[in-house]
Design a protein around this ligand. Sequence first.
Ligand SMILES: [Zn+2]
Ligand SMILES: [Zn+2]
Length: 89
Amino acid sequence: MFEAFSDNLIERCWNWTGGYCQCTRYGHGHKRECNQLLDKLKRGHRDGKSAWEAVSISGLYLDSMRDCQIICWPCFEKTSSGDEAEVNT
Ligand SMILES: [Zn+2]
Ligand SMILES: [Zn+2]
């Protein structure tokens, strides 16, 4: 099983987005689309608004642009922290 997209797919996905965050999730504090401008060199930097990651919409990392979503780091953090929200006891 693949746990990540191929560089080739990410490249194509990146070009399609034009370098903007594709996040449309609610509860992130942005409008329907985030549209944060990203820095291509900052993939996976885990710091700053222009850092970004490629996430799988289905969670299965299908080799398809439809499954590959480029999102900014702040959105990625909010998305991934959802699973661990019940830390407060
Ligand atoms: Zn974003
Ligand atoms: Zn977002």
